[in-house]
Design a protein around this ligand. Structure first.
Ligand SMILES: Nc1ncnc2c1ncn2[C@@H]1O[C@H](COP(=O)(O)OP(=O)(O)OP(=O)(O)O)[C@@H](O)[C@H]1O
Length: 249
């Protein structure tokens, strides 16, 4: 479904992606791990067409993304939960959730968009009373839920989760992980998640891909991760300061 082949991207002299190969099958939940600055977000932005790779090909459903004519229709297939939820402070919760249903190619009548927003809020465990509140009135965990409701509002085929549990306490992180897993399974969506949180990896992933120095260092089923003997992967999952991964001290 999503296929990156030999993707390269540099910013000036700084090479970020250096021949990235990654395949994510339809309906699969792939979690990308890797150190800060290893290029995880750049890779996702390349798939969305927000960053143009210097070299390589990216296909979504067999179609080269650089050749899709209609950007709006292409992006309509994706849902995205941004780091820090990234809600619009000036809009009530329901308009945040229904944001893409109120404009562009996915536009619906306002009353219908609100109804869908309330239904999606219900799916993430929030009552209709939340719909008219503003994001500032919600806790960080509730804002993440709203971000999740927004990501699924238009029933996307593909969902990207960027650090879905960052800034949450462990229990709320567990709730969000569980919700993500349930929703991805019930929607049959293809999911790609970026995280540093190994609890999230175990809760969400079918497959794990570790990015290191702009390439995939290890890729496999989550069940194989703990048995893998790649020293880079081992260092990452055990969180050890000692190992082949260079750290700034
Ligand atoms: N538009 C840009 N212009 C210049 N440099 C960029 C740009 N976008 C990203 N970078 C650089 O690319 C590198 C990789 O960034 P990226 O955000 O992909 O890292 P990441 O693996 O997602 O890290 P983190 O886990 O910290 O979010 C960083 O050094 C960043 O400064």
């Amino acid at each position: 479904m999503i296929s990156l082949q030999d993707v390269h991207k540099a910013f000036g002299a700084k090479e970020i992606l250096r021949g990235l190969d990654l395949d994510v099958a339809k309906g699969e939940s792939c979690v990308i791990i890797g150190g800060s600055g290893s290029g995880k977000s750049v890779a996702l932005k390349c798939v969305l067409g927000l960053i143009t790779p210097d070299r390589g090909t990216i296909m979504v459903d067999g179609e080269d993304i650089t050749k899709t004519g209609d950007r709006d229709a292409f992006l309509a297939r994706f849902g995205m939960l941004f780091q820090g939820a990234a809600l619009f402070d000036s809009l009530p919760v329901w308009q945040n959730v229904a944001f893409r249903l109120l404009r562009g190619s996915l536009k619906r009548p306002r009353a219908e968009a609100k109804e869908i927003a309330i239904e999606k809020l219900r799916r993430v465990g929030m009552g209709p009373d939340v719909a008219d509140l503003f994001p500032a009135e919600l806790s960080g965990g509730m804002q993440k839920r709203v971000g999740l409701a927004r990501a699924i509002a238009a029933d996307p085929e593909i969902i990207f989760f960027d650090e879905p549990t960052s800034g949450l306490d462990p229990i709320m992180a567990g709730v969000i992980n569980e919700l993500i897993r349930e929703i991805v399974v019930e929607m049959g969506a293809t999911a790609v998640t970026i995280t540093h949180d190994m609890t999230s990896v175990r809760a969400i992933a079918d497959k794990v891909a570790m990015l290191h120095r702009g390439k995939i260092r290890w890729h496999g089923p989550v069940a194989d991760m703990d048995r893998a003997d790649d020293p880079y992967l081992r260092q990452f999952i055990t969180g050890s300061p000692n190992g082949p991964i260079e750290t700034l001290r």
